[in-house]
Design a protein around this ligand. Structure first.
Ligand code: MOS
Length: 758
């Protein structure tokens, strides 16, 4: 029960947007959206909707006073469709009414005439037709073209990975409340309060200081509220601004599923070349990213795909091409791993296929090519403090991979209908926003006159435990009990110009900022104590467990007395501090640099049992050795690791985003979109914390944890594939994730007679 929120969650006391008590007179907004994937809007008839009693307003793009632009990276997206719609679910306007029921009823009565235009859903088709979000990006090192001649084995192929629905428990939503003087206060379920503030100001044509955004906590986000929480908050703000009334807008689950983007599906081509000893000499890949209708964060996500194209391996000759394709689907967006998992999956597929061709186990190639200190990443960064091999060898020793493999082989020899499969998955994930300027955070620490502490940072609590980690960091720095520290809401009037809480960096950036601010105050306290006790050498003074110590001896000054005293001397008990990650840079012309503060490493082993009659499988276990640095809170970190693993397995196994030929989301509810439940989750997850890992960039030597463990899930795909191979050694299987039970079954039996069980 370490996470401060857990107790409130269990009691149902935690407040989310829908739990906030709204002021009297609050109105409710419902969004109406495009029902076709591409077309011109000919006419919008709101007459019938408008005549319903209780309807206060119907707003469309024509009602926007400022610049109708919500695009975060590229200005290509309006809040409401203007004359053209580009995906099913694209917002066209909102109905504001006295109740949500009336607003929804009226929204259904709005009649829109379209002139349909051809729609594209496939990224390769978009590419052929020149529909790109940005020009293709190429990263390279060495010379692949020359390297192929030196390779003994070359394998080429195509790889598909699917989308993934975020399925945050709390759907998108916001409440906007007009304040005096034209100011709007927005309560938003967003990872990015500043993005909401910036876009609301732009849309309303007011200065940013007229918009205040406040975030208490989110009921999950996973990247889905990094960029795509903004729209709903700004719509509520627009309505509040226009009507001068509080407005609440919360999407229901089906609206949320239909209108918001998902993890980007990728279709990729690869070519890998190795020596006969299994050294990878060259790797080339082209990634066709299904961006959806607007840029959103696609270009940044594509960058991370390219950064992580070689996963944990050193490859001397690499060329990767990223192509962000514009299709008529909701704009796909950030999702835990941010394009990294899609990149890693491709090289793992390439290694898998190469191992088949060489008649060896994929883990031999993986093991043989792990990064070492002194290597460099193909984007130029030196490999330092590398734990790739240490994680692998620790996993080998602790879990006895050889024996596990032997058990799988023995099982498969004795069983026909059931086959087991095992796969090893090393990970290496870069920590920092790849856009260097985003790697900053600020904190504001107050010590009140009773000695209690209030901390505001840019970090958004979304279930990942960042607030608890910041609390621990401040508690350790000031040496006061955690009970005396409150982590305040994330609010743009207390912490301005914030980066999204994203890229696994929330605790690092904001924790470090809170430590700096705390140290600033601590310094003043010590000086004030030295004055009071007439001590010359302040280095002899120290606060320990809420008491002042002099030369390790307890003085008469308690924390409370010291605070009271310092306040009476009229010395500030507040501090604001900025943390900016040092020594990171990236040259966007050459695509070389040092984009990451550090990397997180790990090795996971996944074991599955496949029912070859039914195509169903169980994940028997996932055993990992993971590099947490010096964990600030092992309970939170373990939870993040377990959750990431389950979510990664879900992405590659049971979760399938399905659209009709017209671009309509068919997996549009929890009855048609399967997410991993307790049965789909591994029977056992064993996590070993790597020993002796150091990280001077994390608070108290900790390491980022949010995204990296998701990629252990890739092991599940290849474990299932290995089990399939054990049943059908004669068959060549395509690499097409997710590997749902239906797909497994079809692949095992397609075009062949069903063998009779002996
Ligand atoms: Mo995260 S996928 O960087 O919000």
């Amino acid at each position: 029960m370490r996470n401060i929120d857990i107790e409130k969650h269990v009691r149902g006391e935690s407040q989310f947007i829908d739990d906030l008590i709204v002021p009297e007179g609050t109105l409710y907004a419902s969004v109406f959206d495009s029902t076709i994937a591409h077309g011109k809007i000919i006419n919008i008839n709101i007459d019938e909707a408008n005549s319903i009693s209780g309807v206060r307003a119907i707003l469309t793009s024509a009602d926007i006073p400022g610049i109708d632009q919500v695009g975060g990276i590229i200005p290509d997206e309006t809040l409401f469709a203007e004359d053209e719609v580009q995906f099913i679910g694209e917002p066209i306007g909102i109905v504001i009414a006295d109740s949500i029921e009336i607003a929804k009823k009226a929204a259904k009565k709005i009649k829109i005439d379209y002139e349909p235009l051809p729609a594209i859903f496939d990224p390769r088709e978009a590419f052929e037709k020149g529909k790109l979000i940005i020009p293709p990006k190429i990263f390279f090192s060495g010379n692949v073209d020359e390297a192929w001649n030196k390779c003994d084995i070359i394998v080429e192929g195509q790889v598909e990975t699917g989308g993934q629905e975020h399925l945050y428990l709390e759907t998108q939503g916001a409440i906007a409340i007009p304040q005096e003087g034209g100011k709007i206060k927005i309560f938003s379920s967003t990872q990015s309060p500043t993005a909401v503030q910036r876009v609301a100001a732009r849309i309303l044509d007011v200065d940013m200081n007229n918009i205040e955004v406040d975030v208490l906590r989110l009921g999950g986000a996973f990247g889905g509220k990094e960029d795509q929480a903004t729209h709903w908050a700004v719509m509520a703000a627009l309505a509040a601004f226009k009507l001068n009334k509080p407005v609440k807008l919360v999407l229901n689950r089906m609206d949320d599923l239909r209108m918001t983007g998902k993890r980007h599906p990728y279709s990729s081509d690869y070519k890998i070349g190795l020596t006969s000893e299994g050294k990878i000499l060259a790797f080339e890949a082209t990634y066709f990213q299904n961006g959806g209708a607007f840029a959103d964060l696609s270009p940044a996500i594509l960058d991370r795909t390219l950064f992580h194209a070689t996963n944990s391996y050193f490859v001397p000759n690499v060329k990767t091409t990223g192509i962000s394709c514009k299709t008529n689907l909701p704009p796909n967006t950030a999702f835990r791993g941010f394009g990294g998992p899609q990149g890693k999956f491709v090289i793992e597929a390439a290694i898998h296929k190469a191992s088949e061709k060489m008649g060896i186990d994929a883990s031999e190639i993986q093991r043989n090519n792990l990064l070492k200190n002194g290597d460099s990443f193909y984007y130029g960064q030196q490999v330092e403090n590398c734990y790739a091999e240490k994680c692998w060898t620790d996993a080998e020793e602790k879990y006895n991979i050889k024996k596990l493999k032997q058990e799988v082989e023995d099982f498969n020899r004795k069983n026909y209908q059931f086959k087991k499969g095992i796969a090893v998955m090393p990970i290496c994930f870069g920590i920092s926003f790849t856009n260097t300027f985003l790697n900053q955070a600020s904190a504001l620490v107050h010590i009140y006159t009773d000695g209690s502490v209030g901390v505001s940072t840019a970090a958004v609590e979304m279930g990942q435990g960042v607030n608890e980690k910041i609390k621990i960091a401040v508690s350790k720095t000031l040496s006061v009990s955690k009970d005396r520290i409150r982590i305040e809401t994330t609010n743009t009037t207390r912490t301005a110009n914030t980066s999204a809480t994203a890229a696994s960096s929330g605790a690092d950036l904001n924790g470090n900022a809170a430590i700096i601010a705390s140290k600033n105050i601590l310094e003043r306290l010590i000086k004030s104590a030295a004055e009071e006790l007439k001590i010359i050498d302040i280095s002899d003074l120290e606060i320990k467990d809420e008491f002042l110590y002099h030369k390790n001896k307890k003085t008469k000054l308690s924390w409370n007395e010291l605070i009271r005293l310092t306040f009476q001397k009229r010395i500030s008990l507040s501090s604001n501090a900025l943390y900016a990650t040092p020594n990171i840079y990236f040259d966007k012309e050459t695509n070389k640099g040092r984009p990451f503060a550090y990397h997180v490493y790990g090795t996971g082993i996944t074991n599955v049992t496949l029912d070859c009659l039914r195509g169903t499988y169980t994940i028997d276990f996932v055993k990992v050795v993971h590099d947490f640095g010096k964990s600030l809170d092992p309970v939170i970190d373990l939870g993040q690791a377990e959750g990431g693993i389950a979510q990664g397995i879900g992405w590659l196994s049971v979760e399938e985003v399905v659209h009709s030929n017209e671009g309509k989301l068919l997996s549009n509810s929890l009855s048609t979109y399967k997410l991993p439940d307790i049965y789909a989750a591994p029977k056992e997850i064993e996590v070993t914390f790597l020993e002796d890992s150091e990280n001077r960039f994390g608070p108290f030597n900790s390491k980022a944890i949010g995204e990296p463990p998701l990629m252990y899930g890739i092991g599940a795909y290849f474990a299932i594939l290995n089990a399939m191979k054990a049943f059908r050694p004669d068959k060549e299987f395509e690499i097409n994730a997710p590997l749902t039970p239906e797909k497994v079954l079809m692949n095992l039996y397609r075009k062949v007679e069903v063998p009779v069980t002996s």
